[in-house]
Design a binder for this molecule. Structure first.
Ligand code: AMP
Length: 287
């Protein structure tokens, strides 16, 4: 497994691979890998002849009061996990290489980034779209894989690819969970045992919303209420948002007639956790 730290060298690697007829899959990550990341890599391995994983804690996507400095990092452990996939090439640049002095060009998807996390993390998705655009120009992938865990991020990237004609296929991968339902996240490492127990209410709340829909309820407000009851019963959990939105546009909806996203962001102590599920209403019975 080759480790490349410089953007120009990564571009030359990608160009050589393309000229040799290879198909390149790319999985962008911030490292501290878990089974969620590895599931994306295995699918990338299956879909292409060359697999590149980027490990880069992108400083621009963290707000001034967010956890950039404490974000968990363990590059040696990450490399051992990637070696086992096996990953062909790891791209692990330095921030100064991707953001040299004078950097001033940003990619911004508009409507799709307004609500949900975008409402609480100003500039976050602009930074995400920009770094992913840069990674696409550096790694030159044919296919790139993203997790539905970060659903608004996935939709933002899909929007960017469509709007800016990136010649990259975006593959969405399902959320990988712990056995008890907690969505895997690098940030779970921050949780105390008590906070982790409280955090379980998030996935339970999503299931409660899903059960409402299965019972025939179509008012988004009722799904939200069912989820809220579960969240309120959890100990150390501060809900930032709990929303039911159109799964495609991410706009709030009243009546569920098409696939919806139920999305939750909550604080367990100082750790911000997000989770979601897509619910598809069964077709209305024909009279
Ligand atoms: P991150 O390192 O958190 O930036 O995540 C890198 C990629 O892994 C993103 O596309 C995430 O959506 C995806 N990812 C993170 N957690 C999970 C998970 N539990 N299941 C599936 N994909 C995930």
């Amino acid at each position: 497994m080759e480790i490349i730290r410089e953007a120009g060298q990564m571009q030359r690697w990608a160009e050589t691979a393309r000229l040799a007829g290879e198909k390149i899959a790319c999985v962008p990550t911030m490292g501290y890998l878990h089974e969620g990341h590895l599931s994306l890599m295995r699918e990338g391995r299956r879909r292409a002849s060359r697999l590149v994983v980027s490990v880069f804690v992108n400083p621009t996507q963290f707000g001034p009061s967010e956890d950039l400095n404490s974000y968990p990092r363990d590059f040696d452990r990450d490399c051992a996990l990637m070696e086992a996939i096996p990953v062909d090439t790891v791209f692990a640049p330095q921030p100064a290489d991707l953001y040299p002095p004078g950097f001033q060009t940003w990619v911004e998807a508009a409507e799709i980034t307004r609500g949900l996390c975008g409402a609480y993390r100003p500039g976050h998705f602009r930074a995400v779209a920009t770094v992913v655009a840069k990674l696409f120009n550096i790694i030159k992938p044919h296919v790139a894989l993203f997790g539905e865990k970060d659903y608004q991020q996935l939709r933002t990237i899909e929007q960017m690819v469509r709007d800016l004609n990136f010649d990259v296929e975006i593959v969405a991968m399902p959320i990988v969970r712990e056995a008890d339902g907690l969505a895997m996240s690098s940030r779970n490492a921050y949780l105390s045992p008590e906070q982790r127990a409280s955090a379980l209410a998030i996935s339970r709340a999503l299931r409660a919303a899903g059960q409402k829909l299965a019972q025939g309820v179509r008012r988004a407000q009722e799904l939200r209420e069912a989820a809220r009851v579960v969240l309120d019963a959890a100990g150390e959990l501060n809900v930032q948002y709990l929303e039911v939105v159109d799964a495609q546009t991410l706009e709030p909806i009243g009546l569920i007639e098409a696939p919806v996203l139920v999305a939750i962001a909550a604080w367990a102590g100082r750790t911000r956790l997000i989770d979601n599920c897509v619910l598809v209403p069964p077709p209305a019975p024909t009279p």
